[in-house]
Design a protein around this ligand. Structure first.
Ligand code: NAD
Length: 294
């Protein structure tokens, strides 16, 4: 099978490389960043000339792109997949979108005979790299089954959650919770630091106690090493939380904690941290207290 991969950045890159390593499919990649492409061609992928060229030559095209507008441009834009793929081609979008964007893209592709699964992922760069991410898939059940072996080639868990749109719903609910956990983890670490405990000991305690979470476990090492290189950029986390809050408004769900976390993210971005890892929200508390967790 001929597989295309458009957007081989922090997440797309390692997922694409796992497909190259773990399957016999011919994989062709395209990204605006030549270095990202080179990291895939170095292990056996081919470089495509453009989105259009990759779309025209592929049976399945993955996309892993930053914002909904990039996904719409690459799928439905003038030089995009819908305009250049053969009817019957399958698009699998691994990006995080709103449900409305996913549905719009699906119907735009369907008008050209191109099928789509929305397949947002969770686990971050470490799990994308070691092939243990979870993929939450929205789309036709038979199309899902047909593409399951390919999805399994770079993940640990693949869950079909319903029609197109429901993958985004699952992803946005998950990320809203994860960001709330990360903000709470920041508060706990700073509270302990301000109260005088050795924060390494506090970290060990909480990792083994009831306050533990993925967000807390991930935050400690980044804070102690002062390493806020993304990872998962704060700008992308802010996008996800914005989409989750829009969804809450659409369904009339009175979110109470997440809007506070949005204010924290906005403050971090106003301090110039948008390009840093999303864990940089910790530094908003550090700046308020004039001390670092380390
Ligand atoms: P990234 O910015 O590292 O990678 C995106 C890549 O897309 C970049 O290499 C960029 O050059 C490329 N790109 C942008 N526009 C393009 C275009 N028109 N044509 C071709 N290439 C284009 O972002 P990422 O962290 O890999 O995130 C990708 C998606 O996955 C986002 O939707 C994000 O929300 C989601 N996500 C990220 C993480 C994470 O931990 N980083 C985890 C889960 C989901």
């Amino acid at each position: 099978m001929k597989v295309g991969f458009i957007g081989v950045g922090n997440m797309g890159g390692p997922m694409c490389r796992n497909i190259i390593r773990n399957t016999n499919h011919a994989v062709t990649v395209f990204d605006l960043n030549p270095e990202a492409v080179a990291a895939c061609t170095a292990i056996g992928g081919a470089a495509g000339a453009s989105t259009a060229a990759v779309a025209a030559a592929s049976d399945v095209v993955f996309t892993s792109l930053p914002m909904p507008k990039h996904v719409e441009e690459v799928t439905l834009g003038a030089g995009g997949i819908a305009a250049h793929a053969r009817p019957g081609t399958v698009v699998i979008d691994l990006s995080t979108n709103s449900p409305a964007t996913a549905r719009r893209v699906e119907s735009g592709l369907a008008a050209k005979g191109v099928k789509m699964l929305e397949a947002p992922v969770s686990g971050g760069v470490p799990r994308a790299t070691d092939g243990t991410i979870v993929i939450m898939v929205g789309g036709d059940a038979a199309l899902f089954e047909a593409n399951l072996p390919l999805l399994k080639s770079f993940s640990r868990e693949v869950i079909h959650v319903g029609e197109v749109g429901m993958g985004s719903v699952a992803k946005l609910c998950n990320n809203m919770l994860a960001f709330c956990n990360a903000a709470a983890a920041s508060e706990a670490l700073l509270l302990g630091a301000a109260a005088g405990i050795d924060v390494h000991k506090l970290y060990d305690v909480i990792c083994n106690a009831s306050g533990n979470s993925d967000a807390f476990r991930g935050l400690g090492p980044k804070a102690f090493a002062r390493n806020f290189t993304p990872g998962f950029a704060l700008d992308l986390a802010h996008k996800d939380l914005r989409l989750a809050l829009e969804m809450a408004d659409e369904v009339g769900m009175p979110a109470m904690i997440a809007p506070q976390v949005m204010t924290l993210m906005r403050t971090a971005r106003a301090h110039g941290m948008g390009g840093d890892d999303s864990s940089a929200v910790l530094r908003v508390y550090e700046q308020a207290l004039g001390r670092e967790v380390k």
